[in-house]
Design a binder for this molecule. Structure first.
Ligand code: ATP
Length: 504
């Protein structure tokens, strides 16, 4: 967090007024990192879906974009189940006034599971509380194990809340609506209440018919939507991981019900591969298939791409959910709007005497890969964050070149003898070729070691240095951020080298 603030990745929103809980802003490097992540999603999901990988039936994957409003008709959220339904059951602590998501509360109990008449200790997965409660539980029971609070019978008279002293202070779970509301228009009347969207997905279902009617897409196809979503999270925490305003990148992929299971597997696997390809390749990334009892009533399957964040370790936190949503959403909107949203598929049904098909009318099924860009950016930062006291910058960021906000830096070794001019020309060339993908930095101040260190901290993958020899033999040194190794390269080869390394 300190590095993020110091180098301008993430700032607390309204910092100079003391901040506002659950809201974060991105500084220059963070804004560009997030844009690169969004662009990578757009490129690999919309423009060149799945890098050309074919669908389960060997077909080309087709996705189109959409951009929908944050505020929609309030009935949208009744149909989607968010009004009334978008509730997380919450548990309050009468002693500390803390409020916790029911499904997040865990308890330490004796290994045998039976605490007798002794108290058991609750926690919510943030390290200090967990460690504190664990210590107390071990003192009370010796060998312990951790189970979900929901597995204990209510009332929880023997449960000591995460920061409480006395047992029995946790209330039974209650619902808490997570949607922010607002009143559009001049008349502040409750009847005009509207909501800030809690997800981008619903905008897609609303325009399913418009997209089918206005483009040439045929099922199977997907519609992508990215943008801000808002949830009045009860306990925003863990830096940007759980914020009240965040950005999503969601795809709704529509297909025939018979093919939906195969498409679900396809998207689940591709999304996992995608996160790996942009730099989360290690063992900190897992794909977790939900148990049957975790699934929504309409879902055939859901899996989460999860990352081991420092604050969830040894556990994992969700980066993206890939859900089989059946035909739930289209059916709900059809019922509530009274507009028919089914699909007429001319490629199916009986074969006619003329060789054509009779056609089949059905409600498409939907597979939804729903990614969070803020959690994605945070995972990239956490994965890249490396401590090495032997280096000039003891902390540095090993960001994948595709998402790195600074693509390259050009340094004249000294601010004299024609070096700045050569560096300037090279900078111009790199700007022209790569400036649209990220920053190209140039810097003539301070020792070269300090300049490298600054670039390492910002995650810049390559630095090019113009020195005395450059003027004689038209070469520069290129320094690799991860190894610190340097090699000489002809000035004319720099663009080609960088393009290859950036995968462009
Ligand atoms: P969680 O269980 O962690 O609250 P969720 O299952 O409710 O997440 P989804 O509704 O599946 O999340 O949303 C899709 C993605 O949107 C998540 O995988 C996550 O990356 C992102 N997201 C959801 N809520 C938040 C939040 N409060 N802050 C930041 N990102 C979020």
């Amino acid at each position: 967090m300190a590095l993020c603030k110091r180098r301008g990745f993430v700032f607390q929103a309204s910092d100079i007024y003391g901040g506002i809980n659950g809201f974060w802003d991105y500084g220059p490097l963070g804004a560009q990192l997030k844009k690169n992540l969004r662009d990578a999603w757009w490129q690999d999901m919309i423009l060149n879906p799945c890098w050309g990988r074919r669908g389960p039936g060997g077909q080309r994957v087709v996705n189109v974009p959409l951009e929908t409003c944050i505020i929609q008709h309030p009935k949208v959220w009744e149909a989607s189940g968010h009004v009334g339904g978008f509730n997380d059951p919450m548990v309050d602590c009468k002693e500390t006034k803390g409020r916790y998501r029911y499904d997040h509360v865990m308890v330490f109990v004796p290994e045998s599971g039976d605490p007798g008449d002794k108290p058991v200790f609750a926690y919510v997965g943030d390290q200090p509380t967990e460690a504190k409660q664990k210590k107390k539980a071990e003192k009370t029971f010796g060998a312990i194990k951790s189970v979900a609070l929901s597995s204990l019978p209510q009332p929880w008279t023997r449960v000591i809340g995460p920061d409480a002293e006395k047992p029995g202070t946790l209330t039974e779970p209650r619902m808490f609506n997570l949607m922010f509301d607002t009143i559009p228009g001049a008349i502040r009347d409750e009847a005009n209440k509207a909501y800030l969207r809690p997800e981008t997905a619903q905008g897609v279902f609303l325009h399913f018919k418009n997209v089918v009617d206005s483009t040439r897409v045929k099922i199977p196809f997907g519609i992508g939507n990215t943008g801000r979503s808002f949830r009045n999270e009860v306990t925003p925490r863990n830096f940007t991981f759980r914020s009240r305003e965040f950005e999503q990148a969601e795809l709704e992929f529509f297909c025939h019900p018979d093919e939906s299971r195969d498409w679900y597997v396809f998207w689940r696997d591709f999304r996992m591969d995608w996160w790996k390809a942009i730099g989360l390749a290690g063992e900190n990334l897992i794909l977790r298939e939900h148990d049957k009892d975790e699934l929504s009533h309409y879902s055939v399957g859901t899996s989460d791409v999860e990352y081991r964040f420092p604050f969830t370790a040894p556990g994992f936190g969700e980066l993206e959910g890939i859900a089989h949503r059946g035909n739930y959403d289209l059916t709900q909107h059809q019922t509530h709007s009274k507009v028919k949203l089914d699909y007429f598929d001319t490629t199916r049904g009986e074969t006619l005497p003329n060789g054509g098909k009779k056609g089949e009318r059905y409600m498409p099924h939907c597979i939804e890969p729903a990614a969070g860009l803020d959690r994605g950016a945070l995972a990239l930062i956490c994965e890249g964050y490396t401590v090495d006291p032997s280096r000039p910058s003891p902390e540095f960021l090993k960001l994948h070149p595709r998402v790195a906000p600074i693509k390259a830096a050009v340094f004249p070794l000294m601010d004299k003898d024609g070096m700045p001019e050569v560096a300037d020309r090279l900078t111009d060339e790199l700007f022209a070729k790569f400036g649209r993908y990220g920053f190209i930095e140039s810097d003539a101040k301070q020792s070269i070691g300090k300049r490298y260190a600054r670039m390492d901290e910002a995650g810049c993958p390559y630095c090019f240095t113009v020195d005395g020899d450059s003027l004689k033999d038209q070469t520069v040194t290129v320094r690799d951020r991860d190894t610190g190794q340097q090699q000489r390269l002809g000035i004319g080869q720099v663009s080609g080298f960088l393009g290859e390394k950036l995968g462009l």
